[in-house]
Design a protein around this ligand. Sequence first.
Ligand code: ADP
Length: 495
Amino acid sequence: MKLNSIRFKISVFYTVILALILGFYTFINYYNLRYALYRDLDNDILVKAQEVSSAINSYFEVLGNDQRAFDFAVRKVIRLEGTHPNQAKVVDVDKAWLEKRDKQNLADAYINLAGLDRGDSVVCSPNMGTAMVAEFLSDIATARKKTLFYKDVNLGDYQLRMVSIPFYYNYKKKQVYLIQIGVSRKPVFNILYGRLIFAALTIPLILIIASFFGGVITDRVLKPIMDLTRVASNITYKDLSVRVKAGRGEEELKYLVNAFNEMISRLDESFRYIAEFSSNVAHELKTPLTIIRGESELALMQPRDVQEYQRVVKVTLEETEGMLEIVEDLLLLSRLEYQPAAFNFEPLAINIFIEEIFEQAKKMAAPKNISVKLANADKPVIIKADAPHLRRLFLNLLSNAVKFTRLGGDITIKVQTEGKKLNVAVTDNGVGIRPEDLDKIFDRFFHVDHSDQSGDKGTGLGLSIAQSIAKIHQGDISVKSQPQKGSTFIVTLPL
Ligand code: ADP
């Protein structure tokens, strides 16, 4: 798999997005869980502290509220030490406390009773060392301000969560104590670590699996493109008949495949056109060349007189001129098609321009006694045009009109403006065009030999040149014709 392949990019993109989602999800989840675990832990130690507080009070209820009872009760509850002179009285309380203590799991808890005013420890559970007691007492100032506070105690291996609640004894003398209880945070850590390790193991696994399937899916999606590539790389000009089959389902790829197939069709058409065009060119040039060769061979067979040589040279010259004309026409056509920038567009007064064309048309029509009429535009019209080529366009149309009109016929030139368009119609009452030829007459080299017409045979380039000139002027030529009645060619140019 290449680094800049679509497959690789999609796989990476897909995997990164999935990793971000999973990472974010894990993060949120972790913090939610952590919050919930701490909340539960805080509730739990608060309950424990309240139990301790109520256990001490239970002894007071039985023993009365004096200093001796206090000393006994706190030691009994926190350290399970000491016996009372009136032991019989407290048997039930002891029993009840032991049960509570088991139920609340207080054996593992760190319990301290601190004097709030003096800031010292009155009694603490046997599992607490001096360092831990000092740590418990270190926030006594905060405890003075609050009735209840929590803190994390970190002491070497011990990582505890602690709560302090006030405990009032001999309230009138304002002796206030704090019951402090700490429990290990290890269970919370264990759950959280477990979660992290689970995420750390599963996320990469999920990503590997996802990127694998991402790759498989990308391959499937890209398969038609690979097919297309394979077909494309096998196409040569010799075989443009191949087409790609569109796969099932993939709507977007169908467009690509269709566009590709259409492109091959267009190429196919262009290649056919070029082949036909070359053969037409060859054909058009072959006839004059054959004539020149034949005449020259004949002249060289035996000595001839000067007139005969002159005739041969004249024929050669005429045929060469005909060939030059074809070559020049072809060059003009290719310039019209591929170098439209080479043409020079300047404002042109159409009325005067058409007047000049009209004069030339009359000269062209005179030998066949054809009358030419002009209906010029009623107001002056200016367009942007390349005058020499526009002249060529109209002279081509008019020479055709003369060529295909019988002796004594009529030709009319009519100029009209219509909205943002200028229409120039050239109408003759000549031989007309057969309906089946109408859409071919603008093709290169298409011409019909009219046996009844004398004069030049034509090369079939005239109308395609005219049409190309109209096109570089953003215009068009259309034709209407009826066989034996005549034809009208309408040149439309933008104003
Ligand atoms: P060419 O005049 O050299 O034959 P064109 O490209 O000018 O070539 O014209 C192509 C064909 O269109 C002509 O051979 C002719 O059959 C037809 N055509 C063009 N103009 C006319 C017209 N005015 N009347 C009848 N046919 C025409």
